[in-house]
Design a protein around this ligand. Structure first.
Ligand code: AMP
Ligand code: GLY
Length: 421
């Protein structure tokens, strides 16, 4: 199959890698891709979605997979469908589950899906009044997309009020903050779950845990994610069943009733409080770096799963997973997550150790290729993934691989998967 992948991160690299490992041969295209994806396929530079759809038609692309949220929220799926193309991802309307936290919270409330108690408002008085009914810490969220920075966990009421005022005045996040959510703080442990959906049916992937803070022991600023592992032993069959019955099924049924059937990846941020799963948020795409550790755990065809999901035929297939574990450790540039970094050459040692060769790999993200040399280009540069029969084995292997990757200013956490060990 000829497959086009939208995005430029480690997430998209890992999807491509999984597809190229299938028995059937595939030809891959990326828009825009990164400095390493052009050795897996062809990088394109066609920014306009109509032009890209025309390119896809003219070049016989049979499936398009969308990685990040921005093109989804901008409606790329609707445009491709108008052109009669097969594309995996939610419509612009369904992508509001991620694009607007107000839409998401009101949807959860309407369909009685468990979530933190909240108010959504653009009135400063109402927001203050509701905050006064909560005990600290208090959670304040901007409505729109803020690049993962729109959530403030205020340690006391004064801090909450400052956050509310700054968001509603447009000072913190511009228009994205002109409506806010104020909600109760949930105290528990966090999980990421991913359901691949076709509007009616879904496949639930093994539960993962992300590591959002920059530094060991969950210290430092929030990032897009510094590492992840799956499956997590913190989830048993009973918890999976609760997530299916209380969150995923009512969400798919609800979105159909709303006239926006959900096709694509439903990424559920869950807080488990006293054994009960509560919905923190939805995203409408794979997590990054969660995707990098879930793709290598799939033993059945990844491209077939996306194709069947995009054509409303998920019910026809059985998706299979390995019974091993995967751990992914992110290596980021010196100034991440604050600012860009000077490009630095990446050197990866030759691998001689058999276990490292067989059970580890690298998913490349923030890299560029200049004259055949790979450079770390800032942000999250790559993810070293280890596979093993236990979480410890997978983690040891991932860190062995990290030891063989060098670039100036590299930084990484040393405690990925600590929750499970
Ligand atoms: P969100 O973008 O809504 O997932 O929020 C980002 C992060 O803030 C989450 O991954 C949680 O760690 C934290 N968070 C969000 N909402 C709450 C809440 N109600 N209680 C506790 N932590 C929260
Ligand atoms: N790793 C979390 C995210 O992709 O949003």
């Amino acid at each position: 199959m000829k497959i086009l992948i939208l995005g430029s991160g480690g997430r998209e690299y890992s999807i491509a890698r999984a597809i190229l490992n299938e028995k059937e041969a595939h030809e891959l295209f990326f828009m825009p891709g990164n400095g390493a994806t052009n050795s897996l396929g062809t990088n394109l530079n066609i920014k306009d979605y109509n032009d890209l759809a025309l390119y896809a038609k003219e070049n016989g692309i049979e499936l398009t997979i969308v990685g990040p949220e921005a093109p989804l929220v901008e409606g790329v799926v609707d445009i491709f469908k108008v052109h009669g193309l097969t594309i995996f991802g939610p419509s612009k309307e369904a992508a509001k589950l991620e694009g607007s936290k107000v839409y998401m919270k009101n949807f959860l409330a309407k369909y009685s899906i468990p979530t933190a108690r909240y108010i959504e408002t653009s009135s400063i008085e109402d927001a203050f009044k509701f905050a006064d009914t909560l005990s600290a810490p208090i959670v304040v969220k901007a409505d729109g997309l803020c690049g993962g920075k729109g959530v403030i966990i205020a340690q006391n009421h004064d801090e909450a009020k400052v956050a509310i005022s700054e968001m509603l005045s447009g000072k913190s996040f511009g228009d994205a903050g002109l409506k806010v959510i104020v909600e109760e703080f949930l105290d528990g442990y966090e999980l990421s779950m991913f359901a691949v959906c076709d509007g009616d049916d879904y496949i639930l992937l093994p539960a993962a845990q992300d590591h959002k803070r920059l530094k060991d022991n969950d210290e430092g600023p929030n990032t897009g994610g510094m590492g992840a592992y799956a499956p997590t032993p913190l989830v048993d069959e009973a918890l999976y069943q609760k997530v299916r019955d209380r969150i995923i099924r009512p969400t798919l049924d609800g979105m159909k009733k709303e006239g926006a059937p959900f096709e694509g990846v439903l990424f559920i941020g869950i807080m488990v409080v006293n054994g009960e799963p509560i919905t923190l948020e939805f995203n409408v795409r794979f997590g990054d770096p969660e995707c990098e550790i879930l793709m290598p755990l799939m033993t059945s065809s990844v491209s077939d799963m996306f194709y069947k999901a995009a054509t409303n035929r998920l019910g026809e297939i059985k998706v299979e997973f390995s019974n091993q574990y995967a751990v992914g450790v992110v290596m980021a540039s010196a100034n991440y997550p604050y600012s860009s970094s000077t490009p630095a050459e990446i050197i990866v040692d030759d691998v001689h150790h058999e276990a490292i060769q067989k059970y580890t790999h690298i998913s490349y993200a923030g890299v560029s290729m200049v004259d055949g040399v790979l450079y770390a280009d800032g942000g999250r540069v790559l993810v070293c993934v280890g596979i093993g029969d236990s979480i410890k084995e997978a983690r040891d292997r991932a860190y062995m691989r990290c030891g063989q990757v060098h670039f100036a200013g590299k930084k990484l956490r040393t405690d990925i998967a600590y929750q499970a060990l």
